[in-house]
Write a protein that binds this ligand. Sequence first.
Ligand SMILES: *Cc1c(COP(=O)(O)O)cnc(C)c1O
Length: 441
Amino acid sequence: MPQIDGRSSSQDLADLFGSYEGQLAIGGIPLTNLAEQFGTPLYVYDAERIRGAYRHLRDTVFGFAGIYYSIKANPNPAIARVLVEEGAGLEIASAAEYAAARAAGADPERILFAGPGKRPDELAYVIERGIGEIHLESHEEIARVASIGQGLGVEVKAALRINPSATAQGGAMRMGGKPSPFGFDEEELESVIDVVSGQPSLRLAGIHLFAGTQILDAGVLAGQWEHGLRLAVRAAKHLGRPLETIDLGGGLGIPYFQGETALDLERLGERVQDLQALVHDEPLIRDATILIEPGRFLVGPSGLYAAQVLASKISRGTRFLVMDGGMHHHLAASGNLGQVIKRDYPVVAAVPGGREASPCSVVGPLCTPLDTLARQAKLPDLRAGELVAILQSGAYGLTASPIGFLSHPTPAEVLVDRGRISLIRARGTFEATVAAPDIGG
Ligand SMILES: *Cc1c(COP(=O)(O)O)cnc(C)c1O
């Protein structure tokens, strides 16, 4: 179980990718070769590590829940395809993500649409093309989906997204019990069920609960799932019939920072057995399809972001490595994607070269002190042209970043699969980045 607690932790995480003659390698290919071929900055993903995470989790929840990949964690269709081929469904939050899910080969029946603000044209787009389930999150949305279904003469399979109440939360839980724009408050469950039941074009199939992200404690996660199951029983009782689906949400964490330990899947598996017993004892949910919808857990560890040193300088005693990549490609690593405390992602040199490491600050090319990728990285005395890799970067990387800021071209994305290399997103061009306006003159 990877643990982030000391000097060598970044190197331990790098070792999970493997090495080649002392260099960081992905699927057997040295990172330096990929950088030469595709240029920097660059995102690289290892398909085998995505499969590994999926299979480990699938075995942990086997017989209890199915897995839907939350595509916003990394919406590249080639990444989603790896998971679809493993048997995962997909959870989407926009019409464009629906298109990405179909491009990845997902069966429409295995796609769920959640999200607090779905436009009417997006709803019509997915209902016309086929969708497994739409998660209803507001009264306006109930009315919109019902009217689109009626207009098309189809019955839409729907679930209610529920924002869990404070009383049901453990101390460590986040996002629940507070005011939330996501879904309906648990307190309104029965009245909202009545509203949906009054719409002939809607079939209320289940409920959906998602109470928090980046959870590393198996007990907290299982507690959340248990609450979801109890809520499902309550919903079924009011509905007067068994539920078809119960979506227990995502939120499975991965270790990024000092002091963090990977989610203990063995312990989670033990708790899952208790939950299975609970389900078995409740006729109203016994035959429901239960699912979880992780994003980060499945793809985060599989990816790294590589950038090249442009300059190495010392300012008043602090060493700065100025890179050709930064927060415009990787906002989360800079600590500006919702983190309260800015801590360093694991960072390593692609070629450590047996050199002694010392603390330094790794910064990007943007003209703002926010563009800091690591504050206390332990790296050797790297020179211009050498490569640095930020690990745990396969989720909430490129598409969760302000890629337009300072108009740098978008980086390439490369998928390595057991030695096979695929360019899955071409590098952007200056021309495309600055959509040349005709300013006359
Ligand atoms: C973002 C999201 C997820 C995935 O969250 P992770 O923390 O990456 O597992 C799952 N479900 C919904 C509805 C989401 O919005």
